[in-house]
Ligand binder design. Structure first.
Ligand code: FMN
Length: 206
């Protein structure tokens, strides 16, 4: 276990706020990290709580305008994505507490990715295709799902997350699933317990 302070950035987006299963997994992770004695700093955004809006053209145009030419409104708009980018650059570990909604990510979480996946900032286009600009980070995805999808063709969320993280250069990725959470109490209790064991093992290996 490294003793240098770990900078953790947690993004969550459950419609059930702190009662959500993905938030429960994130809480288990933070408790395990605390218990491990690893010093860490945490930045947490609950993207539903802050009602993160969809990215629109006016906001995107603000990023594309050189900083010294931005209007007051553009400066305010650009500050949102620039702030998320600065946090991500500083993070050692990105924790994504990911509910599965309609086979994908919550729309507010997609809106966060839309603001950090910026060409010229977190990746760049080259003759060989896109290349990630973030280095030395890892991501932990804590996925909560009503049904069972991991490892099957129906799991469209995992490849989407892998591609978005990989595009930015975050190639060290760990996925922990709690699945079948809407398939009866026994299944739910077992899945959450297995996920907690996997979280504890992940923290041990940090
Ligand atoms: C709007 C909505 C859509 C959902 N869509 C799916 C789905 O496509 N597949 C699935 O397995 N579970 C689905 N579920 C169940 C969630 O994956 C499950 O409730 C899980 O616990 C979500 O994480 P959370 O509790 O942190 O919000 C859905 C739940 C909601 C509220």
């Amino acid at each position: 276990m490294s003793k240098a302070s770990l900078n953790v950035l947690l993004v969550s987006a459950s419609l059930f706020a702190d009662k959500g299963n993905s938030r429960a997994l994130a809480t288990s992770f933070l408790s395990a990290l605390e218990a491990s004695g690893q010093p860490f700093q945490l930045t947490h955004h609950d993207l539903v709580e802050r009602d993160l809006p969809h990215l629109d053209g006016v906001e995107m145009q603000a990023w594309m305008t050189p900083a010294d030419e931005r209007s007051a409104e553009q400066r305010k708009l650009a500050a949102l994505s620039d702030g998320f980018l600065a946090e991500l650059r500083e993070a050692d570990l990105l924790v994504v507490a990911a509910p599965l909604y309609n086979l994908g990510l919550p729309t507010q979480m997609k809106a966060w990715f839309d603001r950090v996946l910026r060409a010229g900032e977190t990746f760049r286009y080259t003759e060989m295709g896109p290349s990630g600009l973030l280095e030395g980070k890892q991501a932990l995805v804590l996925a909560a799902r009503g049904g069972m999808y991991a490892g099957s063709e129906l799991d469209s969320q995992t490849p989407h997350l892998k591609s978005m993280l990989g595009l930015m250069g975050i190639t060290e990725q760990h996925f922990i699933y709690a699945e079948g959470l809407n398939m009866g109490d026994e299944q739910k209790v077992g899945a959450l317990s297995e996920a907690r064991t996997n979280i504890a093992n992940y923290v041990d290996a940090l």
